[in-house]
Design a protein around this ligand. Structure first.
Ligand SMILES: Nc1ncnc2c1ncn2[C@@H]1O[C@H](COP(=O)(O)OP(=O)(O)OP(=O)(O)O)[C@@H](O)[C@H]1O
Ligand SMILES: [Mg+2]
Length: 450
């Protein structure tokens, strides 16, 4: 039995106003004649309390009201079963938190996240990395491989349990306990002198393809490409060839265009990103493993090259089914796939490729950024699930509203006022954006460390 809470006083096909006899708050869900609606405004008058609600959908999903409700129709408080069914909240999956002001657990489907990509957008300090950490914990529990591009080295704390007293006291409400994922979390770094606990990260240097070379030299002129092509062809005559072999053949070229090319290749070799003792991709992407690519202390230019190379390798391996489907988390995405006119990044093109083709091959993206307006729109537009936290910058708000389907103007007004820990989640498979209290972290949140 649902609790009767009011009576309709005014009705249109998409909205209605009812007089409330019982407690009613903004964002509460109500139910009228098989239709679910959400309260967006509550007004106190001399004649009592009136609530304004917008219709979300019907139990019978083909039905949408084409005539208003009758005046006097009874309004009920919607129960959990109906809310979940009509909004499309799953019973299991990635447990991210509770539907605001309820005990309804919100789960996202890991399959949808991998196939349709995720983005977490909000201003700095609003809880993006925290929410991403929650999602990563859930992926680890499901043994789904995860690779995190971590410019600040803030995710290594996934190895340590969250014993914060205040967090522990609210964990009960969310039905979780402190935990650590010591066995699952691996840290890789190109500068191990700075990250002593990390495993060295080197890319396979043997037998680079011509395309690999072009990727390494995105600004090569047609003449230089010609030299590269010749050198690469000669190198291929060997069974195993390295970048230094290609360099030797470039030096043999008669064209003067080689003089600009040689120092570029020498510079790449000097970065020491490559090695014959490379890190196997199937050690980075592995069942039950969460691999952190810790880029702390790596110069930005080298970070971009490394991310580009690594993601290219992962994508190739996945295409050839040499590794399992994988979720790739990109923190500070505006650095690695910037919007046109906001600077270039070596890693842009592979991220764009994964955004548009990843779903076919089981390579998912989770994009995190505090500057939504500065992230490549082509990438954001491919993300079908959005987690939005507090955002105030007008340009960023505009980008969010433009890219998030189903975000009505009321919800977008709310983005500016969201408290820390509350998110709006929109997109697949939800019928309407929902407000979610993000669950506490089981592991320590790294952003807290420094
Ligand atoms: N769901 C939450 N529950 C409790 N505390 C939270 C939550 N989300 C964020 N916080 C608090 O807010 C702080 C900032 O969160 P976080 O590091 O995730 O911000 P961010 O959006 O990633 O910022 P930046 O853009 O600077 O990286 C955290 O250190 C934590 O104390
Ligand atoms: Mg962060």
């Amino acid at each position: 039995m649902m609790e009767e809470i009011g009576e309709i006083k005014e009705s249109a096909t998409a909205t209605f106003t009812f007089k409330a006899f019982k407690d009613i708050r903004k964002l509460d869900y109500v139910f009228v004649e098989n239709v679910l609606a959400q309260v967006w405004e509550v007004k106190q008058t001399v004649n009592g309390i009136f609530a304004y609600a917008t219709i979300i959908g019907s139990i019978n999903d083909k039905f949408m009201p084409r005539t208003p409700f009758k005046i006097g129709s009874k309004v009920y408080r919607a129960n959990e079963k109906i809310i979940k069914k009509i909004i499309g909240i799953e019973n299991e999956g990635i447990y991210i938190g509770l539907l605001k002001d309820t005990n309804i657990k919100v789960h996202l489907s890991p399959k949808v996240l991998i196939q349709k990509h995720l983005c977490i957008l909000a201003k700095s300090g609003s809880g993006k990395s925290y929410a991403m950490g929650v999602i990563i914990e859930e992926f680890i529990k499901k043994n789904i491989p995860i690779v995190i591009i971590d410019p600040h080295g803030e995710y290594t704390s996934l190895r340590r349990p969250n014993l914060d007293k205040q967090d522990v006291s609210i964990m009960k409400k969310f039905g979780i306990k402190p935990r650590s994922y010591l066995k699952n979390v691996y840290e890789f770094s190109p500068v191990c002198s700075r990250n002593k606990e990390a495993i060295p990260l080197y890319i396979d240097e043997t037998n680079l393809s011509f395309q690999d070379l072009l990727n390494l030299l995105p600004n090569a002129t047609p003449l230089q490409k010609g030299i590269l092509y010749e050198a690469h062809k000669k190198a291929q005559e060997k069974k195993i060839y390295l970048l230094k072999d290609i360099l030797e053949y470039i030096k043999e070229s008669k064209s003067n265009a080689k003089w600009n090319l040689i120092p570029q290749i020498e510079q790449i070799i000097s970065m020491k990103l490559f090695s014959v003792n490379y890190t196997p991709i199937n050690e980075i992407v592995k069942k039950g493993r969460c691999s952190i690519i810790n880029l702390k202390g790596t110069p930005p230019y080298i970070q971009e090259i490394l991310v580009g190379l690594l993601l290219n390798k992962i994508f190739e391996h996945r295409k050839n089914e040499k590794i399992l489907p994988v979720m790739i988390v990109i923190e500070e995405a505006h650095r690695y796939c910037p919007e046109k006119g906001q600077g270039k990044s070596f890693s842009s093109s592979i991220i764009r490729t994964i955004a548009s083709e990843g779903r076919k091959f089981g390579v998912g993206l989770a994009i995190v950024s505090q500057r939504p307006a500065r992230v490549d729109k082509n990438v954001i537009s491919q993300c079908n699930t959005h987690i939005i936290l507090k955002t105030t910058n007008p340009n960023d708000l505009k980008t969010i509203v433009a890219s998030v389907e189903g975000l009505n103007s009321k919800a977008s007004d709310e983005i500016q006022m969201l408290p820390i820990g509350t998110a709006i989640i929109a997109g697949l498979p939800l019928a309407t954006p929902i407000f979610v209290e993000i669950r506490p972290r089981e592991t320590l949140h790294g952003g807290k460390l420094d």
